[in-house]
Design a protein around this ligand. Structure first.
Ligand code: MRU
Length: 338
């Protein structure tokens, strides 16, 4: 996989040869973004099966090793539901299969590849559905990175941007840097530069000023998990952007595949929010020194909860959903046949 911790400075691919390596890569955010960690989790299960099939003398031994891999992979990160969704899909293949470990391993490899290509197809469909939401010369603000890096290809929020730009080359993008890990400045800006899509990078606290000046026409973000009522959990800072968008009368649009829906959650209140290491907040260096004392007390929730009432539309591969979201999201899930 492409090591996202090294971008934009270096393009480095790492090869992971065991499923615990995949767990570590997801935790360390070598790979990140909801659909992408789902794909990685599925690949991790397939890798585990390939190795367990070679070393297990019985189906029982194979199942025991797969049980360990599934249990650790599905919780490598807690917030994006795509990870447990994808790993559980592959676990279902194992449970339903009566064949040999070798046969199961082959089927899991095919299933993991199918999840990857399905996610990219979903992104392209999301981009297509979003086109009627934009007027000429749109200036789209996005937060975090919901691009090809975060999805396995094309992107959700950046898929929308890519489709809009293809239809109208006067589209421009405002990129929130996205403290503390800078997915906006490091990753989204890098992707947009690769595609030649014009963007302006801002620090997160500048969005209000630009909105008040009429310089943002739409906000488009991705999601890590969407509850049954349309509440959205996404990268920390998204909730603040949604409040700002409402204050300035700017549409706040969420782009996510149905694999990001969690209809078992009535609202976002029950969705777990990952708390990450304090040094991620203290770590930024400025003027040649750290921006905070090494012992500064820190809070570092990696995600926040945006209530459905602030969301203008949710776009899945099934179409554009508007409030009230409950029935429309349920139909999208059913039609996607998960
Ligand atoms: O902590 P990260 O970088 O994995 O968080 C990613 C996000 O919050 C993205 O916006 C979300 O996963 C959608 S990616 C299509």
């Amino acid at each position: 996989m492409l090591d996202q911790t090294r971008l934009p400075g270096e393009v480095v691919h790492v090869t992971l040869t065991t499923w615990p390596d995949v767990v570590d890569a997801i935790k360390a955010m070598v790979i990140r973004g909801a659909p992408a960690i789902g794909v990685a989790g599925a690949m991790g299960v397939a890798l585990a099966a390939h190795q367990a099939a070679a070393t297990s003398s019985t189906r029982q031994a194979f199942d025991a090793e797969m049980g360990r891999a599934v249990a650790e992979l599905r919780v490598a990160r807690p917030t994006a539901v795509n990870l447990e969704w994808a790993v559980d899909r592959l676990a279902g293949v194992i449970a339903d299969h009566e064949g040999t470990p070798q046969e199961i391993a082959a089927e899991l490899a095919a299933a993991a590849r199918a999840i990857h290509s399905d996610e990219v197809d979903r992104c392209v469909a999301i981009g297509h559905h979003s086109l009627p939401l934009f007027t000429r010369g749109a200036c789209i603000l996005t937060h975090c990175n919901a691009g090809a890096l975060a999805t396995g290809g094309y992107g959700t929020a950046l898929g929308v941007v890519r489709a809009a730009y293809e239809a109208d080359p006067s589209v421009t993008v405002i990129v929130d840097e996205t403290r503390p890990l800078l997915q906006g400045s490091r990753l989204t800006a890098w992707e947009l530069a690769q595609d030649g899509i014009p963007y302006t990078l801002i620090s997160d606290n500048m969005a209000a000023m630009l909105m008040s000046q009429g310089r943002v026409s739409h906000v488009v973000v991705g999601a890590d998990r969407i509850a049954a009522n349309g509440d959205v959990v996404n990268k920390i800072g998204t909730y603040g952007v949604a409040i700002l968008a409402r204050e300035h009368g700017i549409p706040f649009i969420v782009a996510a595949p149905t694999s990001t829906l969690d209809l078992t959650m009535p609202s976002a209140a029950e969705i777990p929010v990952e708390e990450r290491a304090a040094d991620e907040v203290r770590g930024l260096a400025l003027f040649g020194m750290p921006a905070a004392s090494p012992d500064a007390p820190v809070a570092n929730p990696a995600f926040d909860r945006t209530p459905a009432r602030l969301v203008t539309a949710i776009i899945t591969e099934q179409g554009v959903h508007r409030a009230p979201y409950e029935r429309s999201l349920r139909r999208a899930w059913d039609d996607a046949a998960h």
